[in-house]
Each structure stands twice: as C-alpha cells, then as structure tokens.
Design a protein around this ligand. Structure first.
Ligand code: OAD
Length: 231
C-alpha cells in the first residue's frame, strides 16, 4: 500500500470555530502580520505578540475537533499503508480528533520555546513577557510557533515523506504560504495523485489532479470513506 501525505491548513479548523487567516474578516484582516508573526515584531513589542497568541491559545483550548479531523484519524487507523498528516495549524485539533504522528510544521500553541537555548516546554495558558526558560533561566520565552522569516519545522522529514507519496491531499489551505504551497509540486514529481479539498479553489488549484470543493466537514469524510471503500 502506498503512502498518503495530507497537508492541512486553517480551513480544516474553521468549522470548529477557529478563524482562518485570509478569508474575509480573517486574522490577517485584524492584525498586521509584521507586528504579530515575525521575529522583528516580537523584538519590538513582545507584549502585543504574547497577547495575540494568548488569545488564540484560549480560543483553541475551547475548540472541539470536527468531522474532518475525525475522518483523518479514521484514515490513519484503517488504511493499511502509512498516512502522514502535516499541518500548518498551531491548534491541536488533529490530535484531539484521534490522529497520531502529526507534523506541526508551523509549531504549536501548546508549546513554549526559549529564544536563547532552543529548549521547549509546555506553554502555560497565558505567556508573559520576560518569562524565564526552565533550562537556562534566560528571560527569553516565546511561543513555539514559526514566524514569517523563520524556517518551518521538520522540512527534511516532510520532503522525505513527499518523495515516497503515492497520494497527496491539501485540505483547507489557500496555497499562499511557502514552502507548504509547493508540496504539491514535490508530490507530483514523485508521481503521486494530487487532490485539493477546499471551500473554494486555492491559488494553486490548477496544479492538482483533482479538486473537491465544499466545507471540510462534508467533503473530507466523504472522500475518506471513498478511499477506504476502494480497497
Ligand atoms: P488561509 O486563511 O490562508 O486559507 C484558508 C483556506 O481554507 C482558504 O482557501 C479557505 O477558502 C479555506 N476554507 C475556509 N473555510 C473552510 C471550510 N469550512 N472547509 C474547507 N476549506 C475552508 O490559511 P492557511 O492556508 O492555513 O502561517 O494559511 C497558511 C499559513 O499562513 C498559516 O499557517 C499561517 C498563515 O500566515 C504563519 O503564521 C507562519
């Protein structure tokens, strides 16, 4: 059985009540990316950045996984080959929905990171400016999320998976942020069948073999039932 690699974005968590970035009224319409999602923004005004992620952490903690997260976990359990989930999302809804081995390429709200020594530990619900690192005691704690200008996590592992993929699906992502937006091309080069599941065609929709439009809670469970029944 071939390897399935699934890339997810904010759209898969939208029906769990978590806002996306670029839809109308999305997070980037309310906040300036340069202020809250760059290392420079954090140096300039760490309190503002902590406020932004503290609010998202509170919201994410209240959110429940939806039928799309649960269907992906079902695919991981019932598909005889490997199913790798790579998410750009910093929420933990894949894990809450029962998925395992989720690669959080943009980090996670659940984590804190020391900007001085790279030590990681579970984030408290509210992070504060000047919080010290439990390993080196520097007052340099930051959310363990990837900001613009920083390298996403586990890229080597992700590219290795893409090189072995026989099926690649992108779910709920606008395809506007690299390197994730280029995963479809990597998968194509490996000979994988490529599928996009999104509310509307993404920027790169024309590059996919198949595009399935609609809300993730409807399209993803239906698509996964089809995959599991096809065997
Ligand atoms: P975006 O907000 O850019 O795109 C979300 C996509 O989900 C859009 O194409 C929507 O049409 C689609 N969508 C919305 N509701 C949906 C639903 N119910 N079902 C299916 N699709 C739906 O979010 P991402 O592509 O995840 O990075 O953004 C990528 C990265 O940009 C994020 O990880 C974040 C952001 O800046 C960093 O902060 C580094």
């Amino acid at each position: 059985m071939g390897k399935i690699v699934i890339l997810t974005g904010a759209g898969i968590s939208a029906e769990s009540g978590l806002g996306t970035f670029r839809d109308e009224g999305g997070l980037w319409a309310q906040h300036r990316v340069e202020d809250v999602a760059t290392p420079e923004g954090f140096s300039r005004n760490p309190a503002l950045v902590h406020d932004f992620y503290n609010a998202r952490r509170v919201q994410a903690a209240k959110a429940k996984p939806n039928a799309a997260h649960e269907a992906l976990a079902r695919l991981q359990k019932n598909y005889p080959g490997e199913v790798v989930i790579v998410t750009q999302n910093v929420d933990s809804l894949h894990e809450a929905g029962g998925a395992s081995n989720v690669i959080h390429m943009h980090g996670t709200l659940a984590g804190a990171l020391c900007a001085a020594c790279d030590h990681r530990w579970p984030a408290p619900p509210q992070m504060a400016v000047g919080e010290t690192c439990p390993a080196c005691a520097a007052p340099t704690a930051r959310p363990d999320v990837v900001w613009f200008g920083e390298m996403p996590y586990q890229m080597d592992v992700i590219y290795d998976h893409l090189a072995e993929a026989t099926l690649f699906a992108a779910i709920g992502t606008s395809g506007q942020v690299y390197p994730a937006a280029a995963f479809v091309y990597e998968a194509m080069q490996s000979g994988a069948h490529t599928v996009e599941l999104n509310l509307e065609p993404s920027t790169g929709a024309a590059s996919f073999d198949e595009v399935i439009l609609g809300p993730a809670t409807e399209t993803v469970p239906r698509w996964i039932e089809g995959l599991l029944n096809r065997r």
